[in-house]
Design a protein around this ligand. Structure first.
Ligand SMILES: *[C@@H]1O[C@H](CO)[C@@H](O)[C@H](O)[C@H]1NC(C)=O
Length: 159
């Protein structure tokens, strides 16, 4: 027979499950420290995903959470990215630019590309996340391997 202590523990566990049980996606990762200019030139790890059309600018209407229009045209030229809290910073991060690159999978060129924050994405998949326009994601690939890299859909990257 259960003691009241065991019953209490079981109830707490059940409650904890109920509270966290509505998340069905990948494991939650807390956001990293806010990125500011004092971070200097060190490369940091992030996860990259992409959205919109494979060779598009991201949002179907070429807009996004920063309120920009025509992000498929200069100055952004489809090199936009959604970022998570420590990079988007409630909009303070809009328009800031980052060098991004990847080494894995084999389609990655390892050469830096420059992207601009034009949108937000608060899915907690990594401390830092760039949900890139399809075009921007492709620019991390070796020439001709953009489509194959996009098939990976989520990769480790540095920024
Ligand atoms: C990080 O930025 C967010 C959004 O601007 C802000 O709410 C939060 O307080 C900042 N955190 C720190 C530790 O500065």
């Amino acid at each position: 027979m259960w003691s009241s202590m065991q019953a209490h523990v079981a109830m707490v566990v059940a409650l904890a499950f109920l509270v966290s049980g509505d998340w069905c996606g990948p494991p939650k990762v807390p956001p990293g420290k806010n990125i500011t200019a004092t971070y200097g030139s060190d490369w940091l790890d992030a996860k990259a995903t992409w959205y919109g059309k494979p060779t598009g600018a991201g949002p179907d209407d070429n807009g996004g959470g920063c309120g920009y229009k025509d992000v498929n045209k200069p100055p952004f030229n489809s090199m936009g990215a959604c970022s998570n809290i420590p990079i988007f910073k409630d909009g303070l991060g809009c328009g800031s630019c980052f060098e991004i690159k990847c080494d894995k999978p084999a389609e990655c060129s390892g050469k830096p590309a420059v992207v601009y924050i034009t949108d937000m994405n608060y899915e907690p998949i990594a401390a830092y996340q760039f949900d890139l326009a399809g075009t921007a994601f492709g620019t991390m690939a070796k020439k001709g391997e953009e489509e194959k890299l996009r098939k990976a859909s989520i990769i480790d990257m540095q920024f």
